[in-house]
Design a protein around this ligand. Structure first.
Ligand code: G3P
Ligand code: CA
Length: 267
């Protein structure tokens, strides 16, 4: 009886270790993308947030691009500055000089007072080719010419092979593809119930799209399998819990966008 119990324990331990080994290796191959930097710890879409995410070892810095009244590309999520700064107004109605006067840190935490909305140029100057960039054209319909400016800036810094450009706006993706046929592109999707994609919807996704990027909440194994079998890679947002990360990786997700990179990144 005792021999049987010992054997049972040994078998269980080996099974658990084997499972952990497989899970660890799967997780280690998954791309980690810092959402607006590391926005769980620092004011979103600021250099402070990007520096922290970079230090934590993300594969990509994710940020949202919009354009000022005087045509400068800046990293900010909302079309209006009021949620994240001490100012008011729309990005498209404010000059860079006006935007630069705003405090983009205090609303997150007083200790970040003085953080500024960065230009995309400043982000590239800060990190160069030491990281990769996961760049979203946000509300591109409000900013005629934003795609041209973005590709020109990426090319100026010779970073085309270091970026994944993504958007929920298919016209913006089409423009980006025409401007930079070699750029890797991703389509953002949003589900509010169990994720489903029909054969027709899959067939209608342009062949130049490489990544399908849905929110993670309603993903299923079948959905992920279907998308991958159609030839796409699948990344998902916004994954902040270790448990969700493990489950999604087991289901076949290949990249996650997270507010807390350190929770998902292994030593
Ligand atoms: O860009 C991926 C993810 O950031 C999309 O959600 O609203 O945070 O831009 P959002
Ligand atoms: Ca985004």
């Amino acid at each position: 009886m005792k021999k049987f119990s010992l054997l049972f324990v040994v078998v269980v331990v080996f099974v658990l270790l084997g499972y952990k080994f497989v899970a660890d290796n799967l997780e280690n191959n998954v791309v980690i993308i810092g959402h607006r930097g590391a926005m769980g710890y620092a004011p979103e879409n600021t250099l402070e947030s990007f520096k922290l995410a970079h230090e934590m070892g993300v594969d990509f810095l994710e940020f949202d691009v919009q354009m000022t009244k005087d045509g400068v590309l800046v990293a900010i999520h909302d079309t209006d500055v009021s949620r994240t700064t001490n100012g008011t107004g729309q990005i498209k109605d404010l000059t860079l000089e006006e935007l630069k006067q705003l405090d983009a840190g205090s609303k997150f935490n007083k200790k970040h007072a003085g953080a500024r909305i960065p230009t995309v140029r400043e982000i590239f100057e800060e990190f160069g080719d030491e990281t990769k960039y996961y760049i979203e054209t946000k509300s591109p319909q409000s900013y005629p010419g934003i795609e041209e400016k973005l590709i020109a800036l990426i090319n100026e810094f010779n970073l085309l092979d270091k970026v994944i450009l993504h958007s929920a706006n298919i016209e913006s993706l089409s423009k980006l593809h025409k401007l930079a046929p070699d750029a890797e592109l991703g389509l953002l999707l949003w589900y509010t119930e169990t994720a489903y994609i029909s054969d027709e919807e899959i067939d209608n996704i342009p062949e130049y799209i490489k990544y399908i990027i849905p929110n993670h909440d309603y993903l299923t194994e079948d959905y992920i399998k279907k998308v991958k079998e159609a030839g796409f890679s699948i990344h998902t947002y916004t994954v902040n819990e270790k448990e969700d990360f493990g489950r999604l990786v087991e289901m076949g997700v290949e990249g996650v966008i997270t507010n807390y990179p350190d929770i998902l990144i292994k030593e």
